[in-house]
Design a binder for this molecule. Structure first.
Ligand code: NI
Length: 260
């Protein structure tokens, strides 16, 4: 069984067939889905999905590209959501300098990244970190706030294998998705090879990041099998071992009991 550690099924790209698709996935090979909030609004829709399906859990958080919407009023609301029984993580939070080149705006991302990390510490929840083109600042912030005391995953990992080992040293998991199946994904393939399987989580980031042979199409957790196969090939282990180990990793990180 596969634990989907990062999806956005509340995204409008699933408006036409959301329920059908989720039911199909959960009655098949997918045991659990972590649906991840990226904004105040999507934290609401994520929690609603988690309330509807026993096997769907929610991450509450605001993505670096959406931190402009945060203020003291909705911060209190966000904080309150961490008490919800189906909220199992704070995320996705972090830094994204690919889409944000402006220094002042980057400072704002750092501020809310740190605050959301502190929130996770306060409520003893793991974090789901989004970090793009911001390796150095992400690491600096994590070191300065002693992120090793907070559990978490660096999702959609895009940096070097060396950097991945630094995150692993801090106790973090590395989220590996469809990109690992791309021909030109040399760094991610090396990362998957070099870090232990006990530190890898399977993720789609659905509807985005579909693996080969579906690259560019709408992604869903059913396609995680292609990611599991590629990791198995890179590590010289069976697909079953990849599925089982990454499932246990996610259950341990998010403290979720197995369903089947
Ligand atoms: Ni995401």
């Amino acid at each position: 069984m596969i634990f989907e550690s990062h999806a956005h099924y509340d995204d409008e790209k699933f408006d036409k067939d959301r329920d059908l698709l989720i039911q199909e996935l959960l009655s098949g090979r997918i045991c659990t889905i972590m649906n991840v909030g990226v904004s105040i609004e999507s934290t609401k829709t994520t929690i609603a999905l988690a309330e509807k399906y026993a096997q769907v859990y929610a991450a509450a958080g605001v993505h670096p590209s959406d931190v402009d919407e945060l203020n003291e009023e909705n911060w209190l609301w966000l904080k309150k959501q961490t008490e919800h029984p189906k909220v199992a993580a704070v995320g996705e939070i972090g830094l994204d300098y690919y889409w944000e080149k402006d220094k002042t705006a980057q400072e704002k991302q750092k501020y809310w990244f740190m605050r959301q990390m502190e929130l996770a510490r306060e409520c003893s929840l793991p974090v789901i970190i989004h970090s793009r083109d911001a390796a150095e600042d992400t690491m600096k912030i994590m070191q300065s706030i002693h992120a090793e005391e907070i559990a978490g995953v660096v999702h959609c990992y895009s940096y070097s294998p060396e950097m991945a080992k630094e995150f692993v040293k801090m106790g973090y998991y590395i989220g590996v998705g469809g990109v690992v199946t791309f021909k030109n994904a040399k760094k991610l393939k090396e990362t998957a090879e070099q870090i232990p399987l006990t530190r890898i989580l399977l993720e789609t980031d659905a509807p985005y990041m579909a693996p080969e042979p579906y690259r560019g199409k709408r992604n869903d957790s059913g396609k995680l099998i292609f990611v599991a196969e590629k990791i198995a090939e890179l590590k010289g282990v069976s697909v079953e071992e990849v599925e089982e180990t990454t499932r246990k990793n996610a259950q341990e990180l998010f403290r979720i009991e197995p369903f089947k």
